[in-house]
Design a protein around this ligand. Structure first.
Ligand SMILES: Cc1cc2nc3c(=O)[nH]c(=O)nc-3n(C[C@H](O)[C@H](O)[C@H](O)COP(=O)(O)OP(=O)(O)OC[C@H]3O[C@@H](n4cnc5c(N)ncnc54)[C@H](O)[C@@H]3O)c2cc1C
Length: 479
């Protein structure tokens, strides 16, 4: 099995794209974007579309799509990257939250629209999102999630319950007891989207410089514009936007802003038609579960299962991986989940494993921020729901930079502030402790055939549920 090489998604495209040149000399720009992942690229794409006269420069440490944007599970999902209750504390209250959720739903279509308009062959299929419950406790959580969604006004068109039979008709997950279906989710090939988007932004006039790490971002004063410092010279611009999500902690002034949470994936070899007949999954839905240390998966366009989960959640001192290499133990654990959920694919080889980092703010709520005075802005902290959210954030940053007041700029994640993460070693101990708790809770909640009915089994399940709740309370994880 290959491990690392950034991701299977890049290997499937025949390796990394030809490297763009580094910044050739110090430059002046209207807008300087730091980071060529989805956030930076969408921002560049919309800004250059709205104002072709602007000089937009993107500075990327490695290559466009090197980060989470070229490594993710390929869910373009309308799932809220944060807590409804926390966003509702903003001035627009619950209405603001509903507006943000509606905007995220339409964002799924916007990503599909741009793929079609720009000829980006990213395997976009809007098949919806299925959440499967494989234990009675997970089923209870599914029902609680649905009740909560209904309280917030989500009707059957936004999310609906799937009986065991309905679930199995869509995707035959072993042990499935039921689930949820939300139509606003699409499957993509992540690296294809990143590569296509970078090319589309360039066609509109953005300049992307690769192998150009930004070592410091210096805010401007009195409308003079800020500076992005690189080994090849400074880029001075009226607006400087930090779009570095999981890598943000490397900037000294943002060390505790976003925790680089690690997520790992494995992918099978292409499965034969007979296996797909048993599994189903003809709708290409994005698939997740209701475990505390949850999994996410997609059926790829070339007939593989790509499945991800947490593994080692966090590296001490907010360190990040080397070219996406994950631990063999994590790859093995993901393989176990895959075989447990899909016995029909049990003999399939795992071809590739990799990992990446996503950004998690202390309150688990993403933000889009721009200060017109200093010209500094940033967006991120999507807590694992960043593919669609980065598009919405990019459109929003574009409006903010252009000084426009729009439906997007009044959404409650604009200007949202989260407190900082704890300093080390508390940060490392806290995150690792949390995932030890979550894994234990998942194990206890799934006592195995027959055992659940015994009084010992029930006590185990109750303990698992209690530990899960303790974990959620400590972490502030939104439900
Ligand atoms: C394994 C995995 C699976 C995921 N699955 C999903 C999913 O299925 N659906 C979903 O919605 N979300 C998912 N996510 C999250 C989602 O991929 C991210 O939230 C999203 O891609 C973030 O995009 P971004 O542009 O903000 O950051 P990134 O894509 O990480 O891009 C940041 C870029 O900034 C560059 N950079 C960093 N520091 C500097 C610097 N100093 N100077 C210049 N450039 C710099 C990096 O090289 C990188 O290219 C997943 C994440 C991971 C890691």
């Amino acid at each position: 099995m290959r491990n690392g090489e950034v991701s299977f998604w890049w290997r499937a495209r025949g390796g990394f794209p030809p490297r763009r040149p580094s910044l050739p000399r110090p430059e002046e720009a209207d807008v300087c974007i730091v980071g060529a992942g989805y956030t930076g690229l969408w921002t560049a794409y919309y800004l250059t579309g709205m104002r072709p006269d602007l000089r937009v420069v993107v500075l990327e440490a490695a290559f466009a799509g090197y980060g989470a944007s070229g490594r993710n599970g390929g869910w373009v999902t309308a799932a809220l990257p944060g807590s409804r209750a926390r966003y509702a504390r903003g001035p627009r209250g619950a209405d603001g939250v509903r507006a943000l959720e509606a905007a995220l739903r339409s964002t799924v279509d916007e990503v599909g629209r741009v793929c079609a308009a720009e000829g980006i062959a990213a395997d976009f299929v809007k098949g919806g999102r299925v959440t499967v419950a494989t234990s009675p406790t997970q089923l209870t959580r599914v029902r609680a999630t649905l009740a909560h969604d209904r309280k917030w006004g989500d009707g059957e068109d936004v999310v609906r319950f799937l009986s065991r039979d309905e679930m199995r008709e869509r995707i035959n997950v072993a042990g499935a007891l039921g689930g949820l279906y939300a139509p606003d989710s699409a499957r993509i090939q992540p690296a294809a989207l990143a590569e296509g988007l970078a090319a589309a932004a360039e066609r509109r006039g953005a300049d992307i410089y690769e192998a150009t790490p930004v070592t410091a971002i210096l805010p401007g004063t009195g409308g003079s514009g800020g500076v992005a410092r690189t080994p090849f010279g400074d880029v001075r611009a009226k607006s400087v936007l930090r779009c570095t999500e999981g890598f943000t902690a490397a900037f000294p002034d943002a060390r505790r802003a976003l925790l680089p949470m690690n997520s790992s994936m494995v992918v099978t070899e292409p499965l034969p038609e007979a296996t797909w007949k048993e599994i189903g999954w003809g709708g290409f839905e994005t698939l997740g579960d209701e475990a505390h240390a949850y999994m996410y998966a997609q059926r790829t366009a070339d007939g593989r299962i790509a499945l991800g989960g947490r593994g080692v959640p966090y590296r001490f001192g907010s360190a990040t991986d080397q070219l996406g290499e994950t631990s063999p133990a994590t790859a093995a654990a993901l393989g176990d989940i895959l075989r447990r959920m899909f016995p029909a694919a049990a003999s399939a080889q795992l071809e590739h494993a990799w990992c990446g980092v996503l950004g998690v703010p202390r309150d688990w709520c993403a933000a889009v921020t721009y200060d017109a005075g200093s010209g500094m802005g940033w967006a991120g902290g999507y807590t694992g729901h960043g593919v669609a959210a980065a598009n919405l954030a990019g459109r929003t940053l574009a409006d903010l930079v252009l000084g426009m007041s729009s439906d997007l700029t009044s959404l409650p994640w604009v200007g949202h502030r989260s407190r900082s993460w704890e300093p080390e070693p508390a940060r490392w101990a806290g995150v690792h402790g949390l995932y030890v708790l979550y894994r234990l809770a998942d194990r206890l909640e799934t006592p195995g055939e027959g055992a659940a009915a015994s009084s010992g089994g029930q006590a185990r399940v109750a303990l698992g549920q209690a530990l899960g709740r303790v974990g959620d309370t400590i972490s502030g994880f939104p439900h």
